[in-house]
Design a protein around this ligand. Sequence first.
Ligand SMILES: Nc1nc2c(ncn2[C@@H]2O[C@H](COP(=O)(O)OP(=O)(O)OP(=O)(O)O)[C@@H](O)[C@H]2O)c(=O)[nH]1
Length: 396
Amino acid sequence: MTKDIATLLLALLLCHALLLVHLLTVRGTVLGRRPEIRLLLLAMLAICVGDLLLMWRQQLSGPLWLLLSNTSIALGAVLLSAAARCLLTGRSFSRCDLLLLLGGAIGLALLLMQGAAYAWIVSWVNLWLAVLLLPILWRVMRHGRERALRMVLVGGLVGGLSAMARAADPHLATQAPVSLLQPTSPLSAWLFLTMSFGAFSIMFGLLMASFERSAAQLEQMATTDGLTGCLNRGATRTLVGHEIERSRRERRPLALVLLDLDHFKRINDSHGHAAGDAVLQGFAQAVRSRLRHSDIFGRMGGEEFCVVLPSTDRSGAHEVVDALRREVEWLVVEQPGAVRLKVTVSAGTVVFDPLAERMTPSADQLFARADMLLYRAKHAGRNQVQTSGWVSLNPL
Ligand SMILES: Nc1nc2c(ncn2[C@@H]2O[C@H](COP(=O)(O)OP(=O)(O)OP(=O)(O)O)[C@@H](O)[C@H]2O)c(=O)[nH]1
């Protein structure tokens, strides 16, 4: 297979330019506003400029061209490293990256000023690029969670090893290298190809990892209540539907609880909305701390919450919910000015037992029953739990 470096370089430039255009098109969107995407955009820009300078080698020959083209590509590598750092740790440029960029550029300038042989310049540039990839690999190994980051690891290893081999290649070749466009052996053209593949894999992997993270964040925002960290109404209702189905299939009981803070309006009215919010947060934390990992806890709106207890029968559910009620009774929410807020909660608990009841309720039917029991608890004086089975509405 013949590999003409000029053609490879053109193909590479086109790939980089395409990625740059894609990054430009997401600007202004939720994805485009992510700081690592901005850094990736700048990295692609620097790399495209470096590619262009390499391609114009014939027109712009000389030490300045060598310095500019390679520094531009190295700057692209540092921007990639900053994008990886930003994605993984929330911080961008590290002093280490900037020192590596500056040190490499000064070293290259000194070699060029001394008129060093082209073979040594090739070695220096490739070692420089290999070293610039190390912080990316280190960060991904240390902090990486997203699956797309595996592409970054593969790219970093392939790119780094190829760059090191390219650094050694001019000293092993029988003929001295004179230009990037005239490879000294078929191996050097291959190494150019694998190094480019590595760099491209890093960029693409970082881009995909950023998309993966945005998707996870958007999903969390769409299913979570921002104030209390509980599931929101939509997500809770969906999960209740799944749990009813599971309970029917596995023939295990299921308890659905609606909890509503008592006289919550008074807290808002006498201490302000911020104090009300603090009470809601304290309440959510207190309830969450008493629940099992498999239980579901969601905020249905305002001061109404829902708890789903899988594999829990009627007496077990009543016990658990009454313990939650007592926990809330003991809760004290401290506010500025030594204000200590206390609150109580009423609960309606409905239990579906597939072994005792032949008819499987829908989520809406269970919610309606729990709501009716909650209403009873409110009217019977608040700060209490009303529990019943799904079919028989006799309180426990
Ligand atoms: N601080 C705060 N208040 C909220 C929020 N959502 C709803 N509220 C308030 O919660 C109060 C609910 O009042 P009501 O529905 O009358 O219920 P209550 O005062 O708890 O009375 P009972 O339920 O009958 O014991 C209203 O004042 C709402 O403005 C919120 O996110 N933060």
